[in-house]
Ligand binder design. Structure first.
Ligand code: ADP
Ligand code: MG
Length: 217
């Protein structure tokens, strides 16, 4: 049985991620999720992009913005605060397995009341999201890290990020090598793009949560 995050959270010990195996790599499908999003998707997620914990997203070719989160799914609404040590994990985690997800995200152009994001960086971008236990907090806190599949002109710490999570790709895995991890991240991006290219997913690019007055790419 798949353990949901809410079950994991009440345990004293965190689940250890399964080791990534050669077999898993060879059998990874190139599309994930059903033909159209099913509950609990779509999950709306928004928050200000925080500094992460220097785990080297950029070094791995995959910078990930970490929003302080407000999440909503069509079946519930609640808040999950990332990066705030005195906040506790909230019920959103009860519908959400840890692992890698795909969807769309948009960064707001302004920071501190000033428009600072390049025009080309303001659109709705495909994204991959890793939801996991953050080792910085001794694995006591769930953190969402979002990589937008777009080449940004600048960092966007402090900006609002809105995301629509539409599907699940795979569970978290442990890696014996950096190459194995990088390879899986690259596969995740390909799987996300292919999964999102389906009509029932693509239409969420113009969902009303996004600012569609921004130029589209
Ligand atoms: P951190 O540990 O602070 O999260 P990362 O190496 O993961 O550092 O880099 C994340 C930061 O990189 C984001 O907060 C954002 O400002 C910037 N960034 C630039 N391009 C992207 C992108 N395509 N997706 C996500 N973040 C990006
Ligand atoms: Mg990061």
């Amino acid at each position: 049985m798949v353990e949901v995050a809410a079950q994991a959270v009440i345990k004293e010990e965190r689940p250890t991620a399964p080791m990534r195996t050669e077999t898993f790599r060879q059998t990874r499908p190139d599309i994930a999720g059903p033909d159209a999003p099913e509950l609990p998707f779509p999950i709306v997620l928004s928050g200000t992009v925080q500094y992460g914990f220097g785990r080297g997203g950029k070094d791995l070719g995959c910078p990930t913005g970490t929003p302080s989160l407000t999440m909503q799914s069509s079946c519930l609404t609640c808040t999950l605060q990332a990066n705030l040590p005195d906040e506790s994990i909230t019920p959103m985690s009860s519908v959400t397995q840890t692992g890698v997800y795909y969807g769309y995200a948009q960064i707001s152009p302004e920071k501190n009341g000033q428009i600072v994001l390049s025009e080309k960086d303001r659109g709705v971008m495909p994204m991959v999201m890793s939801l996991g236990w953050n080792p910085f907090y001794k694995n006591e806190r769930l953190t969402a890290e979002i990589h937008l599949m777009h080449d940004f002109d600048s960092d966007f710490y402090g900006h609002e990020m809105k995301a629509l999570v539409l599907g699940y790709i795979r569970p978290e895995l442990d890696y014996t090598s950096r190459e194995g991890l990088v390879e899986d991240i690259e596969t995740d991006k390909r799987v996300a793009l292919k999964s999102l290219a389906r009509l029932a997913y693509e239409k969420f690019k113009s969902d009303p949560i996004f600012d569609t007055t921004q130029p589209k790419l």
